[in-house]
Design a protein. Sequence first.
Length: 148
Amino acid sequence: MALFASEKDRKKIINKYTTVLQCSVCNAVYTELLNVGTWECRYHPGTYDYDKDEWTCCGEKLHNPSNYNDVGRYFTWNQSFSPVKAFSNGCTPCDHKSIVSKVPYEDVNVESIAQLIPFMKPEVDKRNYTLKEGTPYLLRKKPFIPPP
C-alpha cells in the first residue's frame, strides 16, 4: 500500500493488519499491526533427530514428565493444572503465526504499509528489520545459522 493508495486499497490493508488472531504456536492473541517484526514468539528452525532424540537446531531433548503429573490436579485442587510440556515452543525468536492470517508469513516491505506506521507500537525503528537494496523490511523471524 503506497502512501497515496486508493481508499479501497487502504481499507483492505488496514483490515488485514487489524484483524484479531490467535497464534497457532503459543496461543497468544494478537493483531499483525502489533506483531510484525517484534519476534514475541519462538520456533525450532531445525528438524527433530529421532536417532539422537533431540532438535538439530539447539540440541533440546524431550522432557520426560513424571509419572505423577496426572494426579497433579488433585494436589493443587485446580482443574486447570498444566503439566510439563514435552518440548519448549522453540529456541529461535519469530513473530506470532496464525493459519487464518491474510498477511503472508514473509518479510514485510515497510513502504507497502506506510500508512500504518504511525499506529505501530513499538515504533518501526525498534522492531527487527533489515535493508534489502536500500528498502527497509520488517523481519518475521530471526535468520537461522545452523550449528557447525
